[in-house]
Ligand binder design. Structure first.
Ligand code: GAP
Length: 513
């Protein structure tokens, strides 16, 4: 089995075993691509949200946050283009009766070519050792160049065919590349068809009077339709932004890869309203700002890359993804889109209301242009969780699993552990718990040996363990153990709040952006 698959399996099983993520409705055998967040997952997710909200809303004087409803007027989705164009190209395998996204089949084929490319590079790096010049090798090695050219030609043809809605050519491409059903090996394919991803539902008491609605497939439209309300009540001048965190729903066909592609998920989106003609400058700025926000998490610069879109969505004049190196390779984590005035103009047309801004400097009215940043909360969770999950071999040869989360994001900030369940130690520890709980999410644990308790806290990413022993009763000190180094030091109880706060507070994380 490939190493990547092992890593991914470990991520999924660790997430379940330690209360981060459970398959939804599991006692009824689950629902595909729907997941529930457990006690530690909910904390981690809330902390990620806070990191985003504070960075976008709290730190930016000209960005405000809203929380719009999931149910929205159905015409919104006509105006936004989702009714007509929010489709995925589908293909069925006639033998296995399984359904696939045609573009994903081709992209997966290209990923395999990329794997071969990477293997060539790894082999050469081993062969040449310290003398290896990666940039030079990649630019000159005939095999690598051949793989790269092949991949680029395939992806470019796919992008063009999708752009032109030439689905027959997408099928032709699949046949020419001899792509088979990954599970059965069959190459017996149907034609490629478009499939709308929105979930329908109904609003109303009786069947005849009910209105057809959609569950929102993105949170962005809730921002667009509130643009006038927010601009008037906040009295912000352009440029200004509206941010939102909320659920979105998509009837995804390829729902694999755990929480990477879900049918119910959360987005953290921000629409930045700017004067026409300035959007591309703001777009470039937001690309940089958002990458820096990710980098501050400390997951490693090499794990990120930009991917500029060849095929632009129906609303964009420029678009890029920030891709992350997930356990199954580089994939989209966040989208940054220059959405022009498409959405606001479309809502003007469909609603009959004027959605304009009077620019006192230009002395004119216009529909603002929009630069959007949109990151999937669950994808970000997966990026952080999978990168921080590590198996370590310790000096004494024993092993531990540690989740080295950025401390501000850790579900539990400190565990308070009486060494034994007697002699007044639990009562002493309880006092510390009752003091720290007002500032941090802390837990009290007295079951099992201290070593086992340390390991359990390492596995959920708790940055500090506080051990209360018999000396504590006499000198009011405790042993503070650091998750990452496993170093231990004796500190006065009165110092605990300061030491923990310095490490886990959001200021420490936010000031790295
Ligand atoms: N408003 C723009 C928009 O929705 P998108 O690229 O379709 O753009 C933005 O989605 C982000 O939402 C993606 O970069 C991804 O992180 C996340 N996302 C999209 N579909 C998802 C799914 N099915 N499951 C989890 N996250 C998803």
């Amino acid at each position: 089995m490939a190493k990547q698959e092992d890593v991914f399996k470990k991520v999924v099983s660790h997430a379940k075993e330690y209360g981060f993520i459970f398959p939804s409705s599991e006692i009824y055998d689950g629902l595909s691509a729907i997941y529930d967040y457990g006690q530690n997952g909910a904390e981690l997710k809330n902390n990620i949200k806070q990191y985003w909200w504070k960075a976008m809303v709290q730190l930016n004087e000209n960005i405000v946050g809203i929380d719009s409803a999931i149910f929205m007027h159905p015409t919104i989705w006509k105006a936004s283009g989702h009714v007509d164009a929010f489709n995925d190209p589908l293909i069925d395998n006639k033998d296995s009766k399984k359904r696939f996204r045609a573009d994903v089949l081709v992209e997966d084929y290209c990923l395999k070519i990329e794997d071969k490319e990477n293997k060539e590079i790894e082999k050469a790096a081993k062969r040449f050792g310290d003398a290896f010049d990666k940039a030079e090798f990649v630019a000159t090695n005939p095999r690598v160049l051949e793989y790269r050219a092949k991949r680029e030609a395939i992806l470019s043809r796919l992008a063009k065919s999708l752009e032109k809605e030439d689905l027959a050519d997408v099928k032709a491409l699949i046949e020419e590349l001899e792509i088979a059903d990954p599970d059965t090996g069959s190459k017996n394919w149907t034609e490629v068809r478009q499939f709308n991803l929105m979930f329908g539902t109904k609003l109303g008491a009786s069947a005849d009077s009910a209105t057809d609605l959609y569950l929102r497939p993105e949170t962005a439209q809730g921002i667009f339709v509130n643009y006038l309300n927010v601009q008037k009540t906040s009295r912000h001048k352009l440029p200004f932004g509206i941010a939102q965190i909320g659920k979105a729903f998509r009837n995804e066909i390829v729902a694999r890869q755990f929480i990477f592609r879900m049918r119910e998920f959360e987005q953290m989106e921000m629409q930045y309203f700017v004067p026409p003609g300035t959007e591309l400058e703001f777009y470039e700025n937001w690309k940089k700002t958002r990458l820096n926000w990710h980098l501050a998490l400390g997951l490693g610069e090499d794990n990120y890359r930009f991917h500029d879109h060849e095929k632009l969505a129906h609303y964009a004049n420029a678009a890029a993804d920030i891709e992350f190196n997930f356990p199954f390779g580089f994939k989209e984590l966040e989208g940054i889109h220059s959405r022009t005035d498409f959405d606001l103009s479309a809502h003007e047309k469909h609603s009959g209301r004027k959605i304009q801004y009077f620019d006192p400097e230009r002395n004119e009215n216009y529909v603002p242009y929009v630069v959007e940043t949109s990151v999937g909360l669950d994808r970000l969770f997966l990026a952080i969780f999978s990168t921080c999950l590590k198996d370590e071999v310790l000096e004494d040869g024993s092993e531990r699993t540690v989740l080295s989360l950025p401390p501000a994001l850790a579900p539990v900030k400190a565990a308070i552990l009486p060494l034994v369940k007697k002699d007044g130690l639990p009562e002493f520890a309880d006092k510390i718990f009752n003091d720290l709980k007002f500032d941090f999410n802390v837990i009290f644990e007295e079951k099992d040996s201290i070593g086992k308790r340390y390991r359990r806290q390492d596995a959920i990413g708790t940055p500090f363990c506080i051990t209360v022993d018999h000396d504590s009763l006499n000198d009011n000190t405790v042993t503070l153990r650091y998750r990452d180094t496993m170093e231990q030091e004796r500190v006065p109880v009165s110092e605990l709040r300061r030491i923990i706060d310095e490490k886990v507070n959001f200021r420490t994380l936010l000031s790295k952006i």
